[in-house]
Design a protein around this ligand. Structure first.
Ligand SMILES: NC(=O)c1ccc[n+]([C@@H]2O[C@H](COP(=O)([O-])OP(=O)(O)OC[C@H]3O[C@@H](n4cnc5c(N)ncnc54)[C@H](O)[C@@H]3O)[C@@H](O)[C@H]2O)c1
Length: 399
């Protein structure tokens, strides 16, 4: 199969590309390297060193030959989106190429608007490119569980649910209640994709993904696998990855408030496993399919305790600190989401979260100095209810 990966240089994209090559597919990748720039803007860098794209690709070619092609470019340019879809004749398009950080989108008006332009327009360009040049491709779009909101008071369905109102029943999309500008861009994307599928008969799987953690892919031998990036700063470090980075350098694990916020989580390995399954098994009886992609739910406090107990066994002497919560969210709430569809397709978690935490701590240990060098980037400066651009040195190259 021809797989077009939008956002191939990112945390998930680079791991997915290697998995798809390993499975025997041909991979076309695009990226504008904005993630490298925005992490720099936060005063940080990937804890695990990563190569330039030129070096990445030439090493990959030594193993997989010409089964990979890379094109640098920005999806917000429609001509670029059209060209890449025409060139790659994709069976599946995996769309990861968005600004993925909620805190980053909340910095100020400029960052909110950048996130909207980048995500919503890029997504529309890819939908149009599909309609015009590759209407039979399967679009696999990475959305987030955060689109639903976190405290509806009842079980969150997989996209749609049945309601009864004034005596009539209907199946409707779950009302989205996102909690940041970033999450709202994902809701807008989902609505646009749903509309395009209905109107033009395009085929898409919209993934509501939980929070991803981890460093490794199981199948690919370590002498072939090129590590993906791993961030720990306040905007781009997802919570468990950040806790592990903090543990490795002897920094308190920074739990927001009391840490009762519960979310769905999955390992990088399993995110890749699920996306690969969805590539193999496109929707059959529907044009627009929504899946909730996570393994288990944990509270932030549970995760901190797990990192502490595993870190302490490794002699790290981990401490936990409850810090002011910069977000507007409930710290204690009912949270339960359906996540049956991927299991029905064959998804089974590769490892336990405890095993994964052990591996992350091991993989970060040799790069402790890189985390220490940028440890100021961990501290929370972005708050949901204030404009803090003065606290952050903006990179003028960011649009
Ligand atoms: N990592 C998680 O925990 C998580 C959870 C839920 C959803 N997601 C979603 O999954 C996707 C991938 O996440 P990730 O963690 O790998 O993020 P990432 O930032 O590491 O990867 C995205 C890649 O897309 C590129 N990109 C962004 N805008 C682009 C544009 N306009 N044109 C071309 N390239 C562009 C970036 O440079 C980056 O390399 C994102 O859409 C994110 O919102 C991630």
């Amino acid at each position: 199969m021809n797989i077009l990966i939008l956002g191939i240089d990112g945390y998930i994209g680079w791991a997915l590309a290697q998995k798809q090559l390993y499975l025997g597919n041909k991979v076309f990748g695009i990226d504008n390297f904005s993630r490298r720039e925005t992490v720099k803007e936060m005063g940080s860098d990937s804890a695990i060193p990563i190569e330039t794209m030129n070096k990445r690709i030439s090493k990959i070619k030594e193993v997989y030959g010409n089964r990979i092609e890379f094109f640098e470019g920005d999806l917000t340019y429609s001509t670029f989106a059209n060209d890449i879809v025409k060139k790659s004749c994709p069976d599946a398009i995996v769309h990861l190429a968005e600004q993925p950080s909620a805190p980053y989108s909340m910095i100020d008006q400029k960052h909110c608007i950048y996130t909207h332009q980048n995500n919503v327009i890029g997504n529309l360009n890819i939908i149009y490119a599909m309609k015009n040049f590759s209407p039979n491709s399967h679009l696999i779009k990475l959305g987030t569980m955060g689109e639903y909101g976190y405290d509806p008071g009842f079980v969150i369905p997989e996209g749609f649910f049945e309601i009864e109102y004034l005596g009539r029943k209907a199946t409707v999309p779950y009302p989205k209640m996102a909690g940041s500008w970033y999450h709202w861009t994902k809701v807008h994307d989902s609505n646009n994709i749903m509309f395009a599928c209905k109107t033009w008969g395009l085929k898409s799987t919209d993934i509501m993904q939980g929070i991803v953690y981890g460093t490794r892919l199981k199948d690919i031998p370590s002498y072939i696998y090129q590590p993906t990036r791993f961030d720990f700063d306040e905007a781009f470090g997802t919570v468990l990855n950040r806790f592990c980075s903090e543990a490795v350098i002897g920094h308190d694990l920074t739990v927001h408030g009391a840490g009762g916020q519960t979310r769905g989580f999955l390992a990088l390995e399993d995110s890749i496993q699920c996306i690969s399954l969805l590539i193999e098994k496109p929707p059959e009886n529907e044009n627009y399919r929504v899946v909730n992609q996570f393994d288990e739910q944990y509270s932030v406090k549970d995760l901190a305790n797990k990192v502490k107990s595993i870190g302490d066994k490794k002699g790290l002497d981990v401490t936990i600190a409850n810090t002011e919560n910069p977000r507007k969210e409930k710290e204690s709430h009912y949270y339960k989401a359906d996540h049956k569809k991927l299991r029905d397709l064959g998804f089974k978690a590769t490892r336990t979260i405890e095993e994964e935490i052990e591996y992350v701590l091991e993989d970060l240990h040799p790069h402790k100095d890189r985390i220490l060098k940028n440890k100021q980037a961990i501290i929370k400066k972005i708050k949901w209810n204030s404009q803090v651009s003065s606290l952050i040195s903006l990179n003028p190259s960011t649009p």
